[in-house]
Design a protein around this ligand. Structure first.
Ligand code: AMP
Ligand code: ZN
Length: 401
């Protein structure tokens, strides 16, 4: 049946075959504050309405119908379960799930992330974002396998692994598994102690390296990560505070494939952390709620806090900052650097020097020496070997074009 609401005027379609009382309850309207009108007849809360009826709900209290505390779904007017302040909207469970899928579809389409014929490798940490992403892609019918990287962070990693495995098993999906200790000889806690990089830095370096390698070894067209709007806004804030223009230029939801690098995409960039968490919850996804125990106080978290404070007084700040960057500022940062990438002499992955940053870090952690430079005393090789600096081009490939 059709329901006409007033102040502001709007119409919604609702199921008939029930009492006015139930219709008002669904809309969150207090029956004492409205007249319910069918043609020229007034109805009481005990009257029944049919599917073909058209009713008007007219507020009687000046100032409009008083809505009980319950918010209503923007799409179907059923009681809402998730509120998204930056959109000034709320959704019921079904419409929210649909909203999330729409946002992902929009992200995929705006950046031509992939086609149904592409093989996608989704990097899944066991957290809400990457599992939500895998769920959405599978539901949308994409060919998406998961990739889990064991970082060796005690109980936290064990639980993440188990969550990723059960998710895959329940959906009959493929999970590629790589283990840092088994396959590369070190785990993240050891790396943090032995190497000269911070724990988070070596963990990030290892993830990017393994994701790229697994995608290429497995013949995947694209690697997808669960980075959300909060992640991207916090990263952009950090890059901007330090004016790291090389990194800013690469903060695109898509990095195209090129020499030795698989295409990388972030289909959740339009969704906040709250949205991905609510989605995972409503979809019944079991995910790891705990944070990584090693992450405490890292700068990324401080930037997230700062963004959240701004967001709490001005909803929409994060979205304006990051989506505004993509629309209006990203082109200003696009650069074309002509650094030449060559294959790492040890592993073949692209690098600017002789050995890639990952192989240098690994050798340092394991106390190994990388081979002597071929030319004997190529000065560049020595500096590369010792340097801790990782050039953005080596991590992300060429600039955002
Ligand atoms: P993080 O770097 O922890 O913020 O995670 C960013 C994204 O990297 C996640 O959304 C996942 O897609 C991916 N990721 C993080 N940790 C792992 C892991 N252990 N295995 C596979 N993918 C991961
Ligand atoms: Zn290498």
């Amino acid at each position: 049946m059709k329901v006409k609401l007033r102040n502001p005027d709007r119409e919604v379609e609702l199921a008939g075959g029930r009492k006015i009382h139930d219709v008002l309850a669904e809309l969150g309207i207090n029956p004492d504050t409205v007249l319910v009108i069918r043609e020229r007849e007034l109805l009481t809360r005990e009257d029944r309405v049919g599917d073909a009826d058209v009713i008007e709900i007219r507020p009687v209290i000046s100032g409009g119908a008083r809505v009980e505390n319950r918010m209503k779904c923007r799409r179907c007017k059923a009681p809402a379960v998730v509120e998204i302040r930056r959109h000034n909207a709320a959704f019921c469970a079904d419409c929210f799930v649909r909203h999330v899928r729409e946002q992902v579809k929009r992200a995929i389409a705006s950046y031509d992330m992939f086609e149904p014929s592409d093989r996608i490798l989704v990097a899944v940490s066991g957290g809400k974002d990457s599992l939500a992403l895998w769920d959405v892609l599978l539901e949308l019918g994409y060919q998406a396998d998961g990739l889990y990287l064991g970082l060796g962070i005690g109980a936290y990693s064990d639980r993440s692994h188990q969550v990723a495995r059960s998710f895959a098993a329940e959906r009959n999906a493929q999970l590629v598994e790589v283990d840092l200790a088994r396959d590369y000889g070190f785990d993240v806690p050891t790396a943090g102690k032995k190497g000269s990089r911070s724990t988070c830095a070596v963990c990030g370096l290892s993830k990017r390296y393994v994701f790229n390698r697994a995608a290429r070894d497995g013949g995947y067209d694209v690697i997808a990560t669960g980075h959300n709007l909060d992640d991207e806004a916090a990263t952009l804030l950090g890059n901007t505070l330090r004016w790291q223009t090389d990194y800013i230029a690469r903060q695109s939801p898509v990095l195209p494939a090129e020499e030795g690098f698989a295409r990388k995409v972030k289909p959740l960039y339009r969704l906040s952390e709250l949205e991905t968490a609510a989605f995972a919850f409503l979809r019944g996804i079991d995910y790891v709620v705990e944070e990584c125990p090693l992450v405490g106080g890292n700068t990324q978290l401080r930037y997230k806090d700062a963004m959240n404070q701004l967001e709490s007084t001005s909803p929409g700040t994060k979205a304006q900052f990051f989506l505004g960057y993509l629309d209006r500022a990203a082109p200003l940062f696009a650069t074309q650097d002509d650094v030449e990438l060559v294959g790492c002499e040890r592993c073949g992955q692209p690098t600017t020097g002789r050995f890639c940053a990952f192989c240098r870090a690994q050798a340092q952690i394991l106390g190994e020496r990388l081979e002597e430079p071929r030319g004997g005393d190529d000065p560049r090789a020595t500096t590369d070997e010792l340097s801790n600096e990782v050039m953005p081009v080596e991590i992300y490939g060429g600039a955002n074009r």
